[in-house]
Ligand binder design. Structure first.
Ligand code: DLL
Length: 443
């Protein structure tokens, strides 16, 4: 059994007053914050004043959180159009930090933070770290990149708020990462799930697992499956936790899953979540999948109303076994723009991951989807790493495995795929977000 068994788990809650608040109290808090936030953006952000005027909505029309549907949406394009500082609600000299998306092409999506915004951010990440069973005695090895991307600094702010030791490794040089983890006695680490998988395999290969004191890892910034979670846990004998966030809203620490792994708790006292039908933006019921939309309730620097994340999930408001009343969003299948339509069928990379894990051996969870168009038809090729032995054994075994992978993927995706089996470590490992899809149709 990996990590700490559930029965031995001591649930820690950093701020029970908020995290276990009754729904009525939370609604009252959210309403109060929304009313003042709407007045703030109407008075201080020309973009929102115009949007609200166009809709004929005045701040006085917002009497509580139930009126949120009256407010305008904000999109990534709006952020780009107002790049870099057009959406600030405070003078630029009150901004103490900017962070951006991890994208490498085109203009960045930039977010600006006041001193208080940074403190709130650190507090939210500290709540998340507490949810992962960590406290001031822990040593957190952070291998998210430090820079404009929010991963490294976000976890660092959280470690500081918790009073834990931050080990600011940033990404790269896996051998050195493992050496420092061991030498500094790290008790937790944080990075993307794909890099956690890579680190786990590297630690296994180097035979250092028994010398590490890691008990938990905090992984997010990209979609990953429950199967991947269990695989990392079983290799390293730790508990892993899924952390979610986006720079526009705050960075990591918008939501985090607890030891029960039944969805990620949203810090809804600061970030009000809506799950909306992507076709007409009407609210989804609990359990129905839609687009996640956030309103920042207390952000000073760059508050956003109804920001469309393009992330697909469902929400659940029933209290969790951990005692928290914060609603839970389901683990993400992906973003609307990660989804590929192959001959009319919607395909997410995470479906491939689940299918590969269901095969129970032979194939590794390192894969890539390549989409082409041949003779006006979409062709999906899935490249998968397989055990070395298939390349040394007779070719017949490799062919058999290829047919098996093809059948499993066809069943899971509902569309036939070409399978390309490759040797271990062929697919490029990423220290940032894993690139799972190449769509040559977009070239
Ligand atoms: O990825 C913030 C972050 C850093 C989260 C470290 C967790 C850990 P951005 O670069 O702005 O911010 O990218 C945000 O990444 O809209 C999702 O599509 C995706 N994403 C983030 N966390 C998760 C997760 C950071 N746990 C975009 N599961 C979001 C699935 C995630 N997707």
């Amino acid at each position: 059994m990996a990590g700490i068994e559930l029965k031995d788990w001591k649930e820690q809650i950093r701020d029970p007053k908020i995290e276990c608040m009754s729904r009525d109290e939370m609604t009252a808090l959210q309403s109060e914050r929304l009313i003042s936030q709407v007045k703030n953006v109407y008075d201080n952000v020309a973009f929102y004043r115009k949007k609200m005027d166009d809709l004929g909505v005045l701040p006085g029309d917002i009497k509580g959180i139930e009126d949120i549907y009256k407010l305008p949406f904000t999109t990534k394009e709006d952020l780009r159009d107002n790049y870099p500082f057009g959406l600030l609600a405070v003078p630029q000299d009150k901004i103490v930090r900017v962070q951006g998306t991890s994208g490498t092409t085109g203009k960045l999506t930039l977010a600006s933070y006041t001193q208080k915004d940074v403190e709130v951010w650190g507090e939210c990440v500290a709540r998340a770290l507490t949810m992962a069973g960590l406290d001031a005695s822990d040593r957190i090895h952070i291998c998210y990149g430090y820079g404009l991307f929010t991963g490294g600094l976000g976890l660092d702010f959280g470690a500081r708020a918790l009073g834990a030791m931050a080990i600011p490794m940033s990404s790269g040089n896996t051998k050195r990462q493992l050496m420092c983890m061991e030498d500094f006695g790290a008790t937790a680490f944080a990075c993307t799930p794909s890099y956690a998988m890579y680190l786990a395999e590297a630690a296994q290969e180097a035979g250092v697992i028994d010398r590490l004191q890691i008990k938990a890892s905090i992984n997010g910034a990209e979609p990953w499956t429950d199967e991947m979670r269990k695989k990392i846990e079983s290799i390293l004998h730790i508990n892993t936790f899924d952390i979610y966030g986006l720079c526009e809203i705050t960075g990591p620490g918008v939501a985090m899953d607890c030891i029960h792994h039944k969805g990620l708790h949203v810090y809804e006292d600061y970030f009000y979540p809506e799950v909306l039908n992507p076709a007409d933006q009407t609210p989804c019921k609990d359990g129905e999948t839609g687009e996640l939309v956030f309103t920042t309730l207390a952000k000073e620097g760059m508050p956003l109303l109804r920001y469309r994340t393009k992330d697909l999930t469902s929400i659940e408001h029933a209290a969790c076994e951990c005692g928290r009343t914060l609603p839970r969003i389901q683990k993400f299948t992906g973003r609307t723009d990660d989804m590929k339509v192959i001959r009319g069928v919607n395909v997410f990379p995470t479906q491939v991951e689940t299918a590969l894990f269901s095969m129970g051996g032979g194939v590794a969870p390192h894969y890539m989807l390549i989409v082409d168009r041949e003779n006006n038809l979409d062709v999906l090729t899935v490249m998968v790493e397989v055990d070395e032995k298939y390349f040394s054994d007779e070719i017949r075994k490799l062919d058999e495995l290829k047919n098996r992978v093809g059948a499993v993927l066809k069943q899971a995706l509902g569309v036939s795929v070409r399978v390309k089996l490759v040797e271990p470590k062929t697919i490029q490992r990423s220290e940032g977000k894993a690139k799972r899809v190449i769509d040559n149709r977009e070239m």
